[in-house]
Design a protein around this ligand. Structure first.
Ligand code: COA
Length: 186
């Protein structure tokens, strides 16, 4: 697809991975520009599904695979200042439950068309649904140290997990708070 051709976001479908979709994935030319993510999708997605390690959603446009994301559960340690803030509100935990965006990739021919942003909206919707049954306060992601990745997460309001980033790592840990104020008891 030419870089400047618009994508009609209304035609984008999100399909939960299940094994009958594996041939469709293997036969696709999907390439998000990151070899690890490409390899995960073609080689490991089924094992992760079978072993309940991550759940993957495919992004499809006019019958073509143009993106995917994978989700799993997580827990993050907050910084001392943040723990103090929570303490003042009677919340005495250092570690908080989260949904982690394990992987997110958009095909190189479809980048900068708002598809990553749309996927993030879907992810948030799924996390809010999960919140009805499982406590999960944050969305987390280990961002690759590339401009497109950092700009994408920071542009969507993700903040660095200072405590998690203290140790040496190849990625940067980010989070976004999922709290939606609830009704108070009468
Ligand atoms: C990061 C990624 C998912 C973004 O997907 P996308 O569909 O291109 O994102 P969007 O079009 O929704 O971009 C939203 C905003 O993110 C920022 N952004 C995205 N790509 C960028 C780039 N290459 N350079 C600078 N900012 C960028 C911009 O602010 C952009 O808004 P704008 O286009 O209005 O300026 C995609 O580039 C990708 O697959 N990268 C390789 C894999 C990866 O790093 N995944 C994330 C970590 S797991």
């Amino acid at each position: 697809m030419p870089e400047d051709k618009a994508v009609n976001l209304d035609e984008i479908e999100f399909k939960e991975y299940e094994p009958t979709l594996l041939p469709f994935i293997k036969e696709s030319n999907f390439d998000c520009g990151n070899a690890d993510l490409n390899e995960f999708l073609k080689e490991d997605v089924d094992m992760h599904y079978q072993e309940s390690l991550t759940q993957t959603m495919l992004v499809i446009y006019r019958g073509k695979l143009i993106g995917f994301f994978s989700l799993l559960t997580d827990a993050i340690n907050l910084g001392d200042d943040e723990v103090e803030c929570f303490k003042k509100r009677g919340i005495r935990y250092k570690s908080f439950p989260a949904v982690k965006i394990g992987r997110l990739g958009v095909d190189v021919h479809y980048k900068r068309h708002g598809i990553g942003t749309l996927a993030l909206k879907v992810i948030k919707g799924l996390a809010y649904k999960a919140q009805k049954y499982v406590g999960c306060r944050f969305l987390t992601v280990d961002a690759k140290q590339f401009k497109e990745s950092i700009d994408f997460w920071e542009g969507h309001g993700f903040r660095k997990n200072l405590k998690e980033n203290l140790r040496n790592r190849e990625t940067i840990s980010y989070r976004s708070d999922l709290l939606v104020p609830k009704q108070s008891p009468p």
